[in-house]
Design a binder for this molecule. Structure first.
Ligand code: FES
Length: 345
């Protein structure tokens, strides 16, 4: 059974909805960001501190010192653990308090150990869950082709978006905005028509196979399309806030993108994007970082101004057209989790 859940102070979610989405796994940092020094992050309004100990284990704990409430991310770290900035208490492997400098010989009470959460490193990211069930395997979404031979793995820098994760994910799944929003990256304003497509349920959410003549190459570089070529975009949604997209290029080329939206709060999302591909594998990663940044900045300009800020799950609250089948399926999947009030207008 998961440990008892405590809704964070100043929680921006409805508490009942928070308890539901807290059961899922989210990335909170790039693996390369985490070392001996304490790193402060936030997930679902819960401040967390992340550090590695000398056995290379990652510790994720509430970012608060059990002694007098100082954020541990203000402290320092070395191979023996992290040290609180106020009175120098040291916390090591597993979040255990291992040193109280004012009383070096005294027995350390167990109440000084940190409240920790599980840590899993996957796709170059550190994942955690605030309400993990220790009796079940971590339910981390699958990244298509990440482990396949011949694929180059690229971890783009994260992007902060001042919007709700559900709105960001819905934008990632949307297929009708390319020719209007992505004019600096890959969209074609002369090709706005959305061909028919359908969403099929999966155990984790749903998937969509979408065929169209809209290409997926950066504007200004070599056009990879061939006469008559139809681009296949294969979307998969893993509830609540992770989606993957495999774009099929000519000559068996594949570009696989994970959009892992980490809900910092109901109004802030940290977007992680591990990407892999089996073409241009000798090309520098920086060009992929730059292109990814352009695409997601284009999306951000829309997502940050949508109203209501949350995603209305009641289909009567916004108007739908056939091109919206993905977002209709997404909202249905979220309703299926039991989510309710904080998504409504
Ligand atoms: Fe952290 Fe006292 S507040 S050691």
């Amino acid at each position: 059974m998961p440990a008892e859940l405590t809704v964070p102070r100043e929680c921006t979610f409805d508490p009942d909805d928070w308890r539901i989405i807290a059961r899922y796994w989210y990335p909170i940092a790039l693996a390369t960001e985490v070392g001996a020094a304490p790193l402060g992050v936030k997930l679902l309004d819960q401040p967390l501190v992340v550090y590695r100990t000398d056995d290379s284990r990652t510790v994720i704990a509430n970012d608060i010192c059990p002694h007098r409430g100082t954020p541990l991310s203000l402290g320092r770290g070395d191979a023996r653990g992290i040290t609180c900035a106020y009175h120098g208490f040291r916390f090591g492997a597993g979040g255990r308090c291992v040193d109280v400098p004012a009383h070096p010989q005294a027995k350390i009470p167990s109440r000084l150990h940190l409240r920790t959460y599980p840590a899993v490193e996957r796709y170059g990211l550190i994942w955690t869950c605030l309400a993990a069930d220790p009796d079940t395997e971590p339910d981390i979404p699958t990244h298509p082709h990440w482990d396949d031979a011949g694929f180059q793995r690229i971890n783009c820098p994260w992007i902060d978006i001042a919007a709700f994760a559900g709105r960001q994910i819905e934008g990632f799944l949307d297929v009708a905005h390319f020719g209007f929003v992505h004019l600096k990256s890959f969209g074609n304003p002369d090709n706005p028509v959305v061909p028919d497509y359908a969403a099929a349920p999966t155990p984790d959410g749903f998937e969509v196979e979408y065929w169209s003549t809209v290409g997926n190459y950066p504007i200004g570089v070599v056009d990879r399309s061939k006469p008559g070529f139809q681009w296949l975009r294969h979307f998969r949604l893993h509830v609540p806030f992770t989606a993957t997209l495999v774009v099929h290029f000519p000559d068996e080329g594949k570009l696989s993108i994970m959009n892992a939206a980490s809900p910092v709060s109901a109004r802030m999302t940290r977007m992680f994007a591990p990407i892999c591909r089996n073409f241009d594998t000798d090309q520098p990663e920086q060009a992929v970082h730059d292109f990814n940044r352009i695409v997601f900045e284009e999306d951000r300009a829309i997502v940050e101004v949508q109203k209501p800020e949350n995603l209305p799950l009641d289909p009567r609250l916004e108007v739908n057209v056939p091109a919206d089948r993905s977002s209709i399926a997404y909202r249905r999947a979220l309703r299926g989790l039991g989510l309710g009030s904080f998504f409504t207008a």
